[in-house]
Design a protein around this ligand. Structure first.
Ligand code: MRU
Length: 368
């Protein structure tokens, strides 16, 4: 179980060489506990995705691919294959990477004899993981070019704001929004990061954990602080990830992203989404109407989990037991508020016309 020439500690998912199991970092335990979970059957993978043991659009796509591997080991028949695709696809509705990865796995195995499916599925799942790493590294390079230009203009450390966690924990390595920051640090470009807390699941804690381990200067802020900081010239750039980008450039990402984009536009702060091509849904044109927004359990809003004074990780209730809580997990930022989509193929304008050359490039590559 390994990745060539890399530090295993920077991959949230590792696989056994024979494809019998994966190990994932349990993200529900971070940042207070670093624990690995071994997953070797479809239902365990589905539950890990649902409960956000694994999370982040590219990572849940890759995990679902491995879930299908394990399902095929149990039963490689057509009927079981279709049932497993459905079960895995229903775990979380918003990130398009989940359906994308399952469709790709299905395309690879359905035309071959059941006895050969498991091995083909292992190969495809590994390929999905390795491609994601390379896509993110290239996103990092294109994002770094933006950071360099800005630094050249400003001649001081850059202050970047990010929302949720779009770092290596959310992908197979590097992350999307954080990849340019890791490369900036390697290149000696001075950066400081404003980390949105990202209630209710506090993915900001994951971002802070990642940045801290990498030695990148960062400050955690409450979700409502970003607008104030932008008004006072404290933010040079916003970079976020995405769970689904439409063919017209609308960006669906963690709840609260839209408000950051609104504030950024009002304060003339550039707002970018860093997105590997599998996160683009070419079938969807109107993000607000067409993207299914996951509604998670109200309990996530009513309570908060953390470390208590005795060193135990626990959950505290925040609100009166009789108060109703609502928990929409994502929102859609209209393309008009997005200054660019940073992909592995370069930076594209967030519009149908702007993204069309990328669509054409990907269609050409798929035909080869
Ligand atoms: O609910 P989550 O934690 O899975 O949401 C994750 C995000 O919104 C990320 O910003 C997105 O998936 C991009 S990850 C590279």
């Amino acid at each position: 179980m390994n990745y060539p020439h890399d530090d295993l500690a920077l991959h949230p998912l590792r696989w056994h060489a024979d494809g019998s199991a994966i190990e994932v970092i349990d993200q529900t335990r971070l940042p207070h506990r670093e624990e690995l979970r071994r997953l070797s059957d479809r239902n365990a993978v589905a539950q890990a995705i649902r409960s956000m043991v694994v999370r982040g659009a590219p990572l849940i796509g890759a995990c679902a691919a491995w879930g299908l591997v394990f399902a095929l080991r149990e039963d490689p028949s057509d009927a079981a294959l279709q049932a497993s695709v459905r079960i895995l696809a229903e775990t979380r509705p918003t990130a398009v990477n989940l359906g994308w990865a399952l469709a790709r796995m299905l395309a690879r195995v359905q035309g071959i004899a059941p006895a050969l499916r498991e091995q083909a599925a292992v190969e495809e799942a590994i390929q999905i993981c390795l491609e994601d790493i390379e896509q993110n590294r290239r996103i990092g390079e294109h994002g770094l070019a933006i950071l360099r230009r800005l630094h050249h203009e400003l001649h001081r450390p850059l202050r970047v704001l990010t929302h949720c966690n779009a770092g290596w924990l959310a992908t197979l390595r590097w992350g999307t929004a954080l990849a340019p920051l890791y490369l900036a640090q390697q290149a000696g470009l001075p950066i400081e990061v404003w980390v949105d807390e990202t209630r209710p699941r506090n993915q900001g804690a994951l971002t802070a954990w990642e940045l801290g381990r990498a030695g990148i200067a960062h400050t955690v802020i409450v979700d409502n602080a970003g607008g104030h900081l932008m008004q006072h010239g404290q933010v040079d750039l916003v970079i976020v990830g995405a769970d689904r980008v439409t063919a017209t450039g609308d960006v669906c990402n963690k709840i609260g992203t839209y408000l950051k984009a609104l504030a950024a536009r009002d304060c003339s702060v550039p707002f970018y989404a860093a997105v590997p091509s599998p996160s683009i849904d070419w079938q969807v044109r109107d993000g607000l109407r067409e993207i299914p927004i996951e509604e998670r359990h109200a309990q996530e809003v009513a309570g908060v989990s953390g470390l208590d004074a005795s060193g135990a990780v626990g959950t505290l209730r925040l609100f009166p037991a009789h108060s109703r809580c609502a928990n929409p997990a994502f929102d859609v930022t209209p393309s008009r508020l997005v200054d660019g989509i940073i992909t592995e193929h370069g930076v594209y304008q967030a519009s149908a016309e702007g993204l069309a050359p990328l669509g054409a490039l990907l269609a050409l590559a798929a035909r080869r």
